[in-house]
Design a protein around this ligand. Structure first.
Ligand SMILES: [Zn+2]
Length: 314
């Protein structure tokens, strides 16, 4: 059964209007520059997934010498850089079988500089998007270049549908770790799905910066097309209705706790008060097939119990 080890490779604070977009079209960018409000510092998470096939890394975090942007401020120590964060949990660069990128923004890819020689997988659409002239210009203006010696392998979603996702790409031989398309934040944005047998974990990257934003289906201010972003958020929530799912966004301060407790699909009981998701709760309470008795079974049962109790209180 794959094991997920979360790491924190830097911290960032964004303009509030970057996290939760305002207005439409070019006004979204204008709103970001005019905004004076900043989010609290958000973690930049990296995930090591240990499976029978070795250790796969999801994203690489930032670097200690990262420069602030007009709309993002960073805070990071050298100890938080990905190679040292990995060493702190006993993982050496040579232990990594591959790195899969959720997308090619600095806070996710800059750490690649500390992991030379490890194969890097990037979704085809993301590679196409960063090659476009507008994207090149943007990288030059904000001085956020692609990593030195960047030679990724193209990841194609040529595998079958899984849950709510129409296509997939297996990242392990047994298919327990998969990449799925989650476009919106960037055109080729990718989520990683881990099948633990009794539940799934969705490493949702920046599809939403945290779970509350996902539940509100509120696109950020920098996504090229908010409608695409919204559709992906709806799809993630739909997936969590189909399978018990731990939702783990890259910048959510609750992600590490949620993973440790295997807190399944909290989304539904958090939204019970609103009413419209009642049918989803009913669906989720159906008995589920438990393939094996994994270590996470107990917290999972607790989560289900909480949901059932909440449903009864209504
Ligand atoms: Zn990010």
């Amino acid at each position: 059964m794959p094991e997920i080890i979360p790491l924190t490779c830097g911290w960032a604070s964004a303009k509030e209007a970057m996290k939760r977009g305002r207005g439409s079209g070019a006004a979204r960018w204008l709103a970001i520059f005019k905004d004076h409000a900043w989010t609290p510092m958000m973690p930049i998470h990296v995930f090591a997934i240990r499976s029978d096939d070795g250790i796969l890394l999801v994203d690489t975090g930032s670097l200690a010498d990262v420069r602030d942007l007009p709309f993002v401020r960073f805070q990071m120590s050298p100890e938080e850089e990905v190679d040292r964060a990995l060493a702190a949990v006993g993982i050496d660069r040579s232990d990594l079988s591959a790195i899969v990128m959720t997308h090619l923004h600095g806070d996710h890819m800059d750490g690649l500089a500390r992991l030379p020689g490890v194969p890097v997988l990037v979704a085809e659409e993301e590679l196409r998007a960063v090659a476009r002239p507008a994207a090149r210009l943007q990288r030059r203006v904000f001085r956020t270049p692609l990593p030195h010696l960047f030679a990724p392998t193209t990841l194609r979603f040529d595998g079958p549908p899984v849950g709510a996702f129409p296509r997939s790409s297996a990242l392990t031989a047994d298919g327990s770790v998969l990449a799925v398309p989650a476009p919106g934040h960037t055109p080729g944005h990718t989520a990683i799905l881990v099948d633990h047998g009794d539940h799934h974990t969705l490493l949702t990257g920046d599809a939403a910066y945290d779970l509350p934003q996902l539940l509100d289906v509120h696109p950020d201010g920098i996504c090229p097309d908010p409608a695409v972003s919204r559709a992906t958020m709806e799809r993630i929530l739909e997936h969590a209705r189909m399978h018990p799912t731990v939702i783990a966004p890259s910048h959510d301060p609750e992600t590490v706790r949620r993973l440790a407790e295997a807190e399944v699909a909290r989304s539904r009981y958090e939204r019970l008060d609103d009413g419209p998701l009642d049918h989803a709760v009913a669906e989720t309470e159906r008995p589920r097939r438990l393939r094996r008795g994994p270590a996470t079974a107990e917290p999972f049962r607790n989560a289900v119990r909480i949901r059932i109790e909440n449903a009864r209180q209504r």
